[in-house]
Design a protein around this ligand. Structure first.
Ligand SMILES: C[S@@+](CC[C@H](N)C(=O)[O-])C[C@H]1O[C@@H](n2cnc3c(N)ncnc32)[C@H](O)[C@@H]1O
Length: 446
């Protein structure tokens, strides 16, 4: 594979091959080692354009890998030797460029073959032959694979297609398609949204407000955050519109005691503090190294008032001082199936057997945290999942065991009613897939 660090003397062709080599390493890390894509991308020494190309090639290949693997199987006379994992990943990167990008085919093929420095001639011949053949027969090859199943057409694992088909008999295919459309960037504006939209327009950055989400602004194109007016000063945060609804539903008020039970990296915690600077906000997080991320988030925004606790929210006995909370947000760990459009590696990293385990943790969080609520207080349950097993079924089972809890999810102009909560499907109103349910504790008997 190509050398790791780009040299000053590298030609454009060599740099292009190096990017393909790095993309194939990241794709292989996800597909063959089960690593997260973000952690596997190596940007070191690359300029801005090459970084963007690396991100696009690796993310796009991971997004479409199920479909591309089927195309590759059809094109190969015999399966690749099992140990040739990087070679498979490079072939997928090559096919992705030809199938889904506007990169001219000759440039895509030569840059991809060029990533094979040090490889034997057979490998170069194979990659060259497979990619050229696909270039000639592209539409027929894709149509043949797409006709076999929705899972191949939309590039999802079978189990997830079946789970979505069961959950959304009318919309499952739209959900699959939406998960393949990467969003640009949604911001939370801390201040006057109209004035910020004017500021963006003056800077030549096209953007619109998101209906139903009072502080949200959606950019039409992706931009590095450093290019956003006011980002460094903390005037805006990057936060999806659906995630911004948490603070609307928790609706903290000054003087109230508020628990954010699963709080890293702190996006919703910061929003709660912005909404009610006079509230006493406690953020709990189980993973110690993620607490630093919350601090970074709060520091950038100039918010210092939260009490941060390293602890397991399912065992409050270890960290709770016994003073009840007026409001509790449970932004539960989940499958992330509502944010596949941002994180396509979820298609490969999640397994069907994970879902009941996650549902068990979500139920345990509700059970453990409900008693911490004061009489008349409100708990908001949230996930970025689109699977009913993590959403309406978890909350419905909790309500079965707690007849005193009152479902209190409001009518809204976002999402759809779903059992005791509301479900947003990915892409609806420009938002990620999210589930919210509000539960009110009974007032104390007089
Ligand atoms: C969906 S993320 C929360 C995102 C966060 N609320 C935000 O808006 O930035 C879930 C978080 O819960 C944490 N977590 C998982 N299980 C937990 C537990 N039992 N107690 C506390 N935190 C937990 C995870 O480490 C992860 O950081």
């Amino acid at each position: 594979m190509a050398a790791r660090t780009r040299k000053a003397t590298q030609t454009g062709q060599e740099a292009g091959s190096e990017v393909r080599g790095r993309a194939s390493a990241a794709v292989s890390a996800v597909l063959h080692e089960g690593r997260r894509l973000e952690a596997a991308l190596d940007y070191e020494g690359l300029g801005q354009a090459d970084r963007a190309l690396l991100r696009e090639l690796a993310t796009g290949t991971v997004r479409w890998a199920v479909r591309l693997r089927a195309v590759l199987d059809d094109l190969l006379d015999r399966p690749l030797p099992r140990k040739e994992k990087r070679l498979e990943a490079l072939l997928l990167v090559g096919l992705h460029q030809l199938a889904h990008t506007g990169i001219p085919p000759y440039a895509a093929v030569s840059a991809t073959v060029g990533a094979l420095t040090g490889k034997q001639a057979w490998a170069r011949r194979l990659v060259n032959g497979v990619l050229r053949r696909f270039g000639r027969e592209r539409d027929d090859r894709l149509a043949a694979v797409d006709g076999r199943s929705p899972a191949l057409r939309h590039a999802y694992p079978d189990w997830l297609v079946e789970a979505l088909r069961g959950g959304y008999p009318d919309d499952w295919e739209a959900v699959l398609a939406a998960g393949n459309r990467p969003p640009a960037l949604t911001l939370r504006v801390r201040g006057d949204r109209s004035a910020y939209l004017e500021e963006l327009a003056a800077a030549g950055i096209p953007a619109t407000s998101l209906d139903g989400v009072p502080e949200a602004v959606a950019l039409e194109e992706f931009l590095p955050v450093g290019a956003l007016p006011g980002f460094a000063e903390g005037r805006v945060s990057v936060q999806d519109g659906a995630a911004q609804l948490a603070a609307e539903l928790v609706a903290p008020r000054s003087g109230e005691r508020v628990l954010d039970a699963c709080s890293a990296p702190g996006g919703k915690l910061a929003h709660l503090l912005d909404r009610a600077p006079g509230a006493e906000v406690v953020g709990v997080e189980a993973e110690g190294d993620r607490l630093a991320k919350i601090r970074q988030t709060l520091d950038r925004l100039g918010l210092g008032a939260a009490e941060l606790v390293h602890g397991d929210a399912t065992t409050p006995g270890a960290w709770w001082d016994g003073r009840p909370f007026d409001r509790i947000l449970v932004d539960a760990p989940c499958s992330g199936t509502g944010v596949i459009r941002r994180h396509p590696d979820i298609k490969h990293l999640r397994r069907p057997e994970d879902i009941p385990v996650l549902a068990g943790r979500q139920a345990a969080l509700l059970e453990a945290l409900w008693p911490l609520l004061r009489p008349g207080g409100r708990l908001v349950y949230a996930t970025c999942s689109v699977l009913p097993a993590e959403n309406r079924e978890v909350v419905a089972a909790f309500l079965d065991g707690h007849p005193e809890a009152r479902p209190a999810t409001p009518e809204a102009d976002w999402g759809r009613p779903d059992g005791p909560g509301r479900q947003i499907l990915p892409g609806e109103q420009g938002m990620d897939g999210f589930f919210y349910a509000c539960l009110d504790a009974p007032e104390e008997a007089a």
